[in-house]
Design a protein around this ligand. Structure first.
Ligand code: BEZ
Length: 177
């Protein structure tokens, strides 16, 4: 059964991300990977997780993630403590992608974190993994979005593939907050 509203979001898989620092603003400047402990992220807070099939791929880069970045102020105003952009890429690619997308904010309200072996995604359910092996991408995440409130799923919507529509848009999440 795929994860659904009201259930606890898994916290047993540590994710990696590279925090943005003003000392390394260039796209090609490598930072230092850190661990994102979801149990700490979730405790008493509202967190948005939005999952994208691939850094630097067209829909993720030109539509999905810019849609969230342009609404950062609105998410903060609705009490969100962090947005996690989740992919199966490595953290160095994610760091470069976040900077290429123009997200250079040392408060790291948005973090680009990874689940490289789709372990977390597999726990969420088969519909959350997109097998893009035939395109040479291996196993990735499907495109989905969610609100986690104090560790419980308050909202979750899955495109069940790599398309981007209002199902997983920032506007949809903002309406649900
Ligand atoms: C995209 O356009 O977002 C995309 C393209 C190919 C594979 C995964 C994602």
């Amino acid at each position: 059964m795929p994860i659904s509203k009201g259930q606890s979001f898994p916290t047993n898989i540590p994710l990696k991300y590279i925090p943005y620092t003003a000392e390394k603003p260039e796209v090609a400047a490598c930072g230092v990977p850190a661990t994102l402990d979801l149990s700490k992220e979730f405790a008493g807070k509202k967190v948005v997780i939005t999952a994208a099939p691939g850094a630097f791929t067209p829909t993720c880069t030109e539509q999905h993630i810019p849609d969230y970045l342009k609404h950062v102020k609105d998410f903060k105003a609705k009490g969100v403590s962090r947005i996690i952009v989740l992919t199966a890429n490595d953290p160095f690619v994610l760091s470069a992608w976040s900077k290429a997308l123009g997200y250079k904010d040392a408060d790291n309200f948005v973090v680009f974190a990874n689940d490289p072996n789709v372990e977390l995604l597999t726990e969420l359910g088969p519909d959350f993994v997109a097998d893009l092996s035939s395109a040479g991408f291996g196993k990735r995440t499907a495109r989905w979005t969610s609100i986690i409130d104090d560790g419980k799923v308050a909202f979750i919507a899955n495109e069940n593939g790599t398309g981007f529509s209002e199902i997983s848009s920032a506007e949809t999440v903002l309406r649900e907050l």
